[in-house]
Design a protein around this ligand. Structure first.
Ligand SMILES: [Zn+2]
Ligand SMILES: [Zn+2]
Length: 403
């Protein structure tokens, strides 16, 4: 199969859809008692008044801002205003000096915060310019108790190989709820691929005579050769990509392999209007990557999707297709920034040489999907590997005896 060409980016200018508030005091009051304090009730996914317990849900964000229209009608670049470059905000971002993570603190409520990666307490002295408020947010629907169970179960299955110190210090109740920044992207594209395919028409056996005059049977195949062309519209809905530079960092020397992507997907279509009260009791991490930086990765994924879809249409060519050209033409893109809910259990491993490696178990705050890494007990792992090798050698010896 030929290499895919990078899709051509959309040439038009951006159309910005405003998703922020109306610029007034921003206080949203309880419909029933007028109080302005409320928090997320994870069991219902609704905001609950701290005083009278009245509950209400906020509007679906994509519908409210008309950001869920037909992808086929999409042209040019449409972005939520929450995807724009970093601006000042009442919330303050602290950079954790222990692990380098950026932690958002709502300064109207607290001046300290715990880092959700390494659980250090941060104070206001380590401030960096702040990230943006997202276009939408998906509230937690998996409770802390459920998250603790998921983390405990994940680690229990790996206890045998886990580092003894990690096992001794393991406390799943230290799991923390954090809203992580993602971009949710729709793409309207047209893909055209061309190549050559073969379809077998007949198979039969012939007798052939070799140079010494002996005859033997030989299998023959007849095939028709076709020029193959596929040209189709491709609508990519709710592609979800991380928008934190640190989480995009694939360097496994600093952080254990990237597990946040493995707990996808999120039901982003149920995202609601951003409201800081959803963040009460949770932490959040600012977005620090802009649309322009993420676009090449997104368009690369669009090309991959085109390739998978075209492979579904070539069953007729039972002897295979060789693709020569692939062209993906992007007609429209839509970008929405979102906070998505993740429960995190983190563990900062200090190795013998003094270097550190961040491990974590992540639980999707909507589905409970759990993935992570635990520090390994290397001697025990090596022992198991050598036992397998001995068994392998024994099996090979038995085979040799039988033949
Ligand atoms: Zn109330
Ligand atoms: Zn930290």
């Amino acid at each position: 199969m030929s290499d895919l060409q990078a899709p051509r980016p959309v040439p038009d200018g951006e159309r910005v859809v405003r998703t922020g508030g109306d610029g007034t005091d921003g206080i949203v009051r309880c419909e029933r008692c007028g109080a302005s304090e409320a928090t997320l009730n994870v069991a219902t996914g609704m905001l609950r008044c701290n005083f009278c317990r009245f509950e209400w849900s906020t509007q679906n964000a994509l519908q409210a801002f008309d950001l869920d229209g037909a992808i086929g009608d999409l042209s040019g670049v449409v972005v939520g205003s929450g995807t724009a470059d970093v601006t000042a905000d009442p919330a303050v971002t602290l950079r954790c000096t222990a692990c380098g993570a950026d932690v958002v603190v709502d300064t109207t409520a607290a001046v300290h915060a715990r880092c959700h990666w390494c659980r250090n307490t941060l104070s206001l002295t380590e401030q960096v310019p702040n990230g943006a408020v997202p276009d939408m947010l998906l509230p937690f629907s998996v409770s802390k108790d459920e998250a603790v169970k998921h983390v405990a179960e994940f680690v229990r299955k790996r206890t045998f190989y886990a580092h003894p110190r990690f096992r001794a210090e393991f406390q799943p109740e230290n799991v923390m709820g954090v809203y992580l920044p993602y971009m949710v992207v729709d793409v309207n594209a047209h893909a055209t691929v061309t190549g050559e395919g073969e379809h077998q028409t007949r198979s039969y056996t012939v007798q052939v005579r070799d140079s010494e005059g002996k005859t033997r049977s030989e299998r023959r195949y007849d095939a028709d050769v076709y020029d193959v062309r596929r040209s189709f519209d491709l609508h990519v809905d709710d592609l979800t990509v991380e928008s934190s530079a640190q989480r995009l960092d694939r360097d496994t020397a600093r952080t254990s392999n990237n597990v946040i992507n493995t707990i996808l997907p999120f039901d982003v279509e149920n995202g609601v209007l951003y409201d800081p009260r959803y963040l009460q009791g949770f932490t959040s991490e600012r977005r620090d990557v802009d649309v322009g930086v993420l676009r090449p990765a997104v368009l690369g994924q669009v090309s991959d999707i085109a390739r998978w879809r075209v492979d579904e249409t070539i069953a007729f060519y039972d002897r295979g297709v060789r693709w020569d050209t692939t062209d993906v033409d992007v007609r429209g893109e839509r970008w929405v920034s979102a906070y998505l809910p993740v429960w995190l259990y983190s563990y900062l491993q200090t190795k013998r040489d003094g270097s550190t490696l961040l491990h974590y178990v992540a639980v999707n705050g909507r589905t409970g999907e759990t993935m992570g890494s635990v520090p390994l007990n290397v001697p025990r792992l090596a022992l198991v590997a050598s036992v397998v090798e001995v068994f392998g050698a024994a099996a090979a010896a038995v085979l040799w005896v039988l033949t």
